[in-house]
Design a binder for this molecule. Structure first.
Ligand code: IPD
Ligand code: CA
Ligand code: CA
Length: 271
């Protein structure tokens, strides 16, 4: 029988290929909420992933973003985001992925993120390291925030309640810059392989981050909340990094939480 990780890798590749075919054909989308898009591809990819997981591992629980939920009260739970980056996808912007994470008794033990655009398969197993297309990856060696490139995200759901713009400005002014890819799992994978030094976001769901958190830990990075607590799958926020800049990043976040801004946003003056 193939291992959990081998199965998840095959399933993610198959689902990613399905997404790529939909992407080439052009995309119709519906609204889940006011600004929350869902496409035929989200649903088709989730159906494929959930059916495969159920057939390989019938006793396991599965939680998929688009409602593909089966709670078997098993100690194993799969988290599935069948299309992470739906807004990008729906606009023809090529940055999206399939991500599948596995938890056993509350501990992350496996994760896969597949980007069908670049054909990059990120994989990790607890204690076994992190890999990109089969080659071992590590977080970057940058030591300071002022030499770091970071990313963050802004959810579509309840976006009027999101305070992240305060953090975005301060980090952007303190670092080499902040990217906003529209795909949290890709951002997490890029921290794991050293393309980014750090990432943070408010309000992610377990399916967005299960695989990415394990990848980062296995690549030598640090995963916490933005206040330095544990990075829970249901926490209000996460902060991840290459470990070396973590204390500096949390220090900056602490100041912003207290309303202490190193760099006030300049007023708009008429020119
Ligand atoms: C979203 C993306 C985005 C992040 C949002 C997520 P979806 O996932 O990962 O980058 O900022 O918080 O909800 O809806 O495209 O699967
Ligand atoms: Ca997502
Ligand atoms: Ca999704």
């Amino acid at each position: 029988m193939p291992s959990f990780l081998e199965s998840a890798t095959d399933i993610a590749r198959e689902a990613g290929t399905l997404l790529a075919h939909h992407f080439e054909r052009g995309i119709a989308f519906d609204l889940k909420g006011d600004f929350d898009l869902v496409t035929e591809a989200d649903r088709a990819s989730e159906k494929l992933v959930v059916e495969r997981l159920h057939s390989y591992f019938p006793s396991h629980s599965v939680l998929g973003e688009e409602g593909g939920m089966r709670d078997n009260s098993s100690e194993y739970c799969w988290y599935v985001d069948p299309l992470d980056g739906t807004t990008n996808f729906a606009h023809g912007y090529p940055a999206f992925n399939v991500t599948i994470g596995l938890e056993r008794a509350g501990e992350l033990i496996g994760g896969v993120i597949y980007d069908p655009v670049r054909q990059e398969m990120f994989t990790a197993e607890l204690g076994g390291g992190a890999f990109l297309n089969g080659r071992r990856i590590h977080v970057s060696k940058a030591r300071t925030l002022d030499s770091a490139l970071l990313a963050t995200g802004f959810p579509s759901r309840k976006r009027h309640e999101n305070v992240n713009v305060h953090f975005f400005h301060q980090v952007a002014m303190t670092s080499h810059g902040v990217r906003r890819s529209g795909s949290a799992a890709i951002d997490l994978a890029y921290v794991a392989c050293g393309r980014l030094e750090g990432f943070w976001e408010f309000g992610l769901n377990p399916w967005d981050m299960a695989a990415g958190l394990l990848l980062i830990r296995e690549a030598g990075g640090t995963t916490t909340s933005m206040t330095g607590g544990p990075a829970g799958l249901r926490g209000p926020h996460i902060a991840v990094s290459n470990s070396l800049i973590h204390a500096e990043l949390l220090q900056l976040f602490g100041e912003v939480f207290k309303g202490q801004y190193r760099y006030p946003i300049p007023p708009i003056v008429s020119r």
